[in-house]
Each structure stands twice: as structure tokens, then as C-alpha cells.
Design a binder for this molecule. Structure first.
Ligand SMILES: [Zn+2]
Length: 433
């Protein structure tokens, strides 16, 4: 079967590439996913899948511990799910892809058209080409391959085409899982360079505000400079970052991202007039953390670090910095790498690609973390890409072909693995008819 699959994909790869080009040309910046979803719905219908549309329900989702509020209203923004019913008892599988992309601005920094989908040699260019429309279309094409080859897949295959991964995934993948679209295994084809990702860091965003006292620059000695005060806070947080970079270790993240944790101080705003002593300064940061650390312990750590900056400063003792947490707030995600779901995938990928496949973790988040709240197995595996979220993003087409091959083979191996791995059949739970 492996050779038949390879032959089919090879004979039809122009269709695979053309479809990726078509979807890259759809400007589906997060919040504007509808046109893409109409396209995906059509693609799923072409395969005679049972299609479900899931519009996120804010009231239902907002109380979930993993929910991240993107602030973008959900009305009219649907997730599309296509289900291929299994032929007999077998393990079920979800293959997930997000349709939203980040803005290409400033597009003047691109040498290629961000919405062109142009192919030069082995590279297909455009915003979202790698992250992650190539993966999304590979998912569809892998299933199409088995259907066209009349292969009777044992278990159910669900294709999830989701919104707002880039904004936290609360209305996307989480909404689909919360609606009961759960299977025995889950793969997101994020562009992780043909590595298997089984874990990512926890992430929290925070904001610090420091007060000063405004005064005319000619009477600056009567004012209190909020920028000077904030620099003390900045400096302590920066020291904490250096300390954590050296001392907080997690091998999987070092493998995937070079360093396990980062405390990035990304935004600082202060002052409004050169001739006025600034009365207010704001600093925003993002801190990553590893399994074993908790949201609560990290919040305490940031609080204590800021209070350390206040020590010995009379003004800041009287006007203490105000700390708040906003936006992204996620636990670390950790999928046991020796689970049969992971092991079998690695064996399949290595067999199909005829090379070693690494198991890694990453310092940045993705939707696979949501599986842990439903006690489900999940990994990421996807093509090689360059410049994700930057100018001249592109995906390597030979790797897209490899991913599609691996997925098609794994659909078979996983769904037929029941007796070998656990000796019992696991049917999807809570699945909608
Ligand atoms: Zn992505």
C-alpha cells in the first residue's frame, strides 16, 4: 500500500500544489476566516465527507480553563469539520489545520506578493503558505488519496479546519473539542520541519504600569520621571530572564527552540511630550514556563521580581507598580513520547521518509495543547517552512509531499493498530451523529 500511496501522490502532486496556491491567495487574516472556510467546506464535500459547522459559543467556552479570549466576536466565524466514517472497528483520528494567518504587514518588506502563492523551484511563497495552509491541504489530500485508491479505512477520520489558532485557539480547536468532536488521536500539521512535537511551554502575558509626576521640563526637578522608575522594573525582569535562561532546563524545548524559556519584554510605552516629565509608563511582557511550573507560581515570581525593583525607592513604595495579566494564558502541554500513538507515528514517518524523525518540544504554543483537557493523545507534525510570521514566508514543496505520504500511511496504521497496541477497540466518545 505504501508504494501505491506514493505513486498516487506523485502522479497528482500538481493538484496538491495548485490547491495550496489557491488557498494562499485567500486573505484569511485572523478574524476573517469565512471565505477560507467556505472553500474548505467545498473541498470536504467533494470527498463526500459528512460536514459539520461549529460556530463558537462564547458563553459556553469562556468558562473553560484553557480558553483564551481573542476579543474578536464569534458571529459568522465557523469551524469546518469533515468526517469520513470508518469501515469497521478501528481507532479514530483527527487531523487538524488552522486557516487563519497573521497579517503580512509591512508588506513593503516582502520581495514576493504575500497573497500570490508563487512557486519558484521547490518553494511556494505567501503569507500562511507554511503556517499552515500547506499542512491544512496535506490533511485533505492524504484522505483523498486513500479514498481515491478505494482503501477501506478502519476507523473514523475527522478533518478539522479551524479558525483563530494565531489568536489562542479558544474559538477554534477548543470549540471543536468542546462540541464533542473527539477521537482517539489528534495531529496538527503545523510547519515543524518534519519533526514530531509532543510538548510546548506554558505562556502568560502581563502588563506593568508605573506612575510618575508630570512637570514642565524647565521645572523637571519637581516631577518624578515614570521612565526612570520603569527602568528599575525593566532591569529586574531582564535579570530574571537571564537567570531563567541559564537555570530553567527542559531538554525537549532546547531541542526544538534552542532555549527552554524566555521572558520577552516586548512593549514599552511612556511619555507624550519631550518637554514634559513623563507621568506614566507601561511595560508588557511574555513569560514562558516548563511542565512542573504552574501559572500560579509564575505569577508569584513576576510579582516578587517587580516588588524587588521597588525596594529602597520611596516614590514607588508610595505608588507601587500595578501588575495585570492579559491575553495569552496557557498551561504547558506535554504528550508522553513513549505512548503507542507517538511511537507508531514515529515508526511510520521514519519508514515512509527513510530517515530519522526527531521528537521535540517548543518554547511557543500551538492548538495541540487542548487535547490534554480531554485526556486525548496529540502531536504536531508538518512541513519545512521559512520565515513564518515574517516577510517572504514559504513552504518547501518536497516536504509537503512527504507529510502527505506520512499522513496517508498513518491513517491506515493507526486505525488498524487496535489489537497490537491495546487489545481493545476505542470508539469516539460524545461524537455527534
Ligand atoms: Zn500555525
Amino acid at each position: 500500500m505504501k508504494e501505491k500511496i506514493r505513486q498516487y501522490i506523485d502522479d497528482n502532486k500538481e493538484e496538491l500544489f495548485k490547491t495550496i496556491q489557491e488557498v494562499v491567495r485567500i486573505k484569511s487574516v485572523v478574524g476573517n476566516e469565512q471565505e477560507m472556510q467556505a472553500y474548505m467546506k467545498k473541498k470536504y464535500e467533494e470527498l463526500n465527507l459528512t460536514v459539520h459547522e461549529v460556530e463558537p459559543d462564547y458563553d459556553k467556552l469562556s468558562s473553560h480553563e484553557a480558553f483564551i479570549d481573542s476579543g474578536i466576536p464569534f458571529k459568522g466565524r465557523k469551524n469546518i469539520i469533515g468526517i469520513h466514517k470508518g469501515e469497521r472497528d478501528g481507532k479514530s483520528l483527527t487531523i487538524n489545520g488552522h486557516v487563519d494567518v497573521v497579517s503580512p504587514e509591512p508588506s513593503a518588506n516582502w520581495t514576493m506578493d504575500p497573497w500570490g502563492g508563487e512557486i519558484i523551484g521547490n518553494k511556494l511563497y505567501g503569507r500562511g503558505s507554511a503556517d499552515m495552509k500547506a499542512g491544512l491541504i496535506s490533511n485533505w489530500f492524504a484522505l483523498k488519496t486513500l479514498i481515491d485508491l478505494n482503501y477501506p479505512i478502519a476507523g473514523d477520520i475527522q478533518l478539522h479546519s479551524v479558525i483563530e489558532e494565531e489568536a489562542g485557539g479558544g474559538g477554534g480547536t477548543l470549540a471543536c473539542l468542546e462540541e464533542g468532536f473527539l477521537t482517539d488521536g489528534y495531529i496538527a500539521t503545523e510547519p515543524h520541519n518534519l519533526n514530531m512535537t509532543v510538548s510546548h511551554a506554558g505562556i502568560l502575558y502581563f502588563r506593568v504600569q508605573v506612575k510618575g509626576r508630570t512637570a514642565h521640563a524647565g521645572l523637571a526637578h519637581e516631577g518624578v520621571n515614570a521612565i526612570s522608575k520603569m527602568m528599575k522594573v525593566f532591569s529586574e525582569l531582564d535579570k530574571l530572564n537571564e537567570w531563567r535562561a541559564k537555570n530553567v532546563k527542559f531538554e525537549l524545548y532546547e531541542k526544538g527552540s534552542g532555549q527552554a524559556v524566555h521572558l520577552n519584554l516586548g512593549v514599552m510605552k511612556a511619555g507624550d511630550w519631550v518637554s514634559t516629565v513623563p507621568g506614566k509608563a507601561t511595560l508588557e511582557g511574555r513569560i514562558g514556563f516548563i511542565p512542573g511550573e504552574t501559572r500560579q507560581s509564575i505569577k508569584q515570581l513576576i510579582h516578587d521580581t517587580i516588588m524587588k525593583a521597588v525596594e529602597g525607592d520611596e516614590w514607588m513604595k508610595e505608588h507601587p507598580p500595578v501588575l495585570e495579566w492579559f491575553g495569552w494564558a496557557t498551561d504547558p502541554w506535554y504528550q508522553d513520547p513513549v505512548d503507542p500513538f507517538v511511537k507508531l507515528f514515529q515508526e511510520t514517518a521514519e519508514d515512509v521518509m527513510e530517515r530519522q524523525v526527531n521528537i521535540i518540544g517548543r518554547a511557543s504554543g500551538n492548538d495541540a495543547r487542548f487535547t490534554q483537557y480531554y485526556d486525548k493523545k496529540g502531536i504536531c507534525f508538518g512541513p519545512m517552512g521559512e520565515n513564518m510570521h515574517g516577510p517572504d514566508e514559504c513552504v518547501h514543496l518536497d516536504s509537503v509531499v512527504e507529510v502527505t505520504n506520512v499522513l496517508a500511511n498513518y491513517m491506515i496504521h493507526w486505525s488498524e493498530s487496535t489489537s497490537i497496541l491495546e487489545g481493545k477497540s476505542a470508539r469516539p466518545i460524545k461524537q455527534k451523529a
